[in-house]
Design a binder for this molecule. Structure first.
Ligand SMILES: Nc1ncnc2c1ncn2[C@@H]1O[C@H](COP(=O)(O)OP(=O)(O)OP(=O)(O)O)[C@@H](O)[C@H]1O
Length: 267
């Protein structure tokens, strides 16, 4: 990645009370890139995203944000009851901007006609578009999207990612995303970061998935991406350190996968 660093974390640790959610995370988001955080439930994806954008405080290390950085954030959960009577226009108004900006944002996300619809009456895809439109109102240099395709069917997921890619092209913003949609993630991200309380592996998905070791282990189908996702996590952490991953990998297959992935590490 050649863009300037928008956010840099060094030795980042985050605790939630007694829970050490993240430790020793070194991470950068660069201008214009789409970087996606993957990992099992509870692996710290939301925590990392929130710490990077300044919504969660580090317990160790540093997070540096570029001067003038504008972040548009679509959270995983809204502090708002979606069944509450509220139109999309009103919901967007809470995010700031005037009527023209709101209309432009809805246009940008391909949902120009939903302004007067009730939030509760939106489909899953329309609701995610409304959330994205709200994040766009700040004219962000970085879009932070936490599981933006939650609850969408496969065509809905693909359409949403295509939309995010288009928004990135149009606005030139970086996108930092949490996602479980591994097959699409592997196709649409510039960089994938696999978390499990720390960074297990990271790299350009095309290079990782095209590497002979990766293909030998996982093939090239979407299931392969799923296997990559699983490799670092469905194993015992038994103390045998795998090169570059900083935690134990349970067997030679997982170790080879880890090597294939970390070989393309982008630092
Ligand atoms: N507010 C909180 N209070 C206490 N513990 C928390 C809090 N938020 C997160 N945690 C814990 O921190 C760890 C990381 O949580 P986080 O939500 O970041 O994971 P995640 O990878 O985003 O999970 P998921 O895929 O399920 O959304 C988990 O063990 C979680 O239980």
């Amino acid at each position: 990645m050649s863009g300037r660093a928008l956010i840099t974390a060094r030795g980042l640790g985050v605790r939630h009370g007694a829970t050490q959610a993240l430790r020793d995370v070194d991470f950068e988001v660069r201008a214009g890139e789409i970087v996606t955080l993957i990992g099992p439930n509870g692996s710290g994806k939301t925590t990392l995203l929130r710490a990077l954008i300044g919504a969660a405080a580090p317990s160790a290390g540093t997070v540096t944000r570029a001067k003038g950085l504008r972040i548009g954030y679509a959270p995983q959960r809204l502090a708002l009851d979606r069944t509450m009577p509220m139109t999309v226009a009103r919901f967007l108004a809470l995010g700031g901007g005037g009527r023209t900006e709101r209309a432009a944002a809805l246009e940008e996300v391909g949902a120009p006609d939903i302004a007067e619809r009730q939030l509760a009456a939106l489909s899953g895809g329309q609701f995610q578009r409304a959330l994205l439109a709200r994040a766009l109102l700040r004219k962000p240099t970085l879009l932070a999207l936490d599981e933006p395709t939650q609850g969408l069917d496969q065509p809905g997921v693909a359409a949403f990612y295509a939309l995010v890619a288009r928004v990135r092209r149009t606005l030139g913003c970086a996108v930092l995303m949490v996602s479980h949609d591994l097959h699409v993630v592997m196709r649409e991200s510039d960089r994938v970061v696999c978390l499990n309380g720390h960074v297990c592996c990271e790299g350009a998905p095309t290079i990782v998935s095209a590497s002979p070791a990766y293909r030998a282990l996982f093939g090239t189908e979407p299931e392969g991406a799923l296997a990559l996702y699983r490799h670092a996590h469905d194993h015992r952490h038994d103390g045998a350190e795998a090169p570059g991953c900083g935690h134990g990998h349970g067997g030679p297959v997982a170790q080879a996968a880890a090597q294939a992935a970390t070989a393309e590490r982008v630092d």
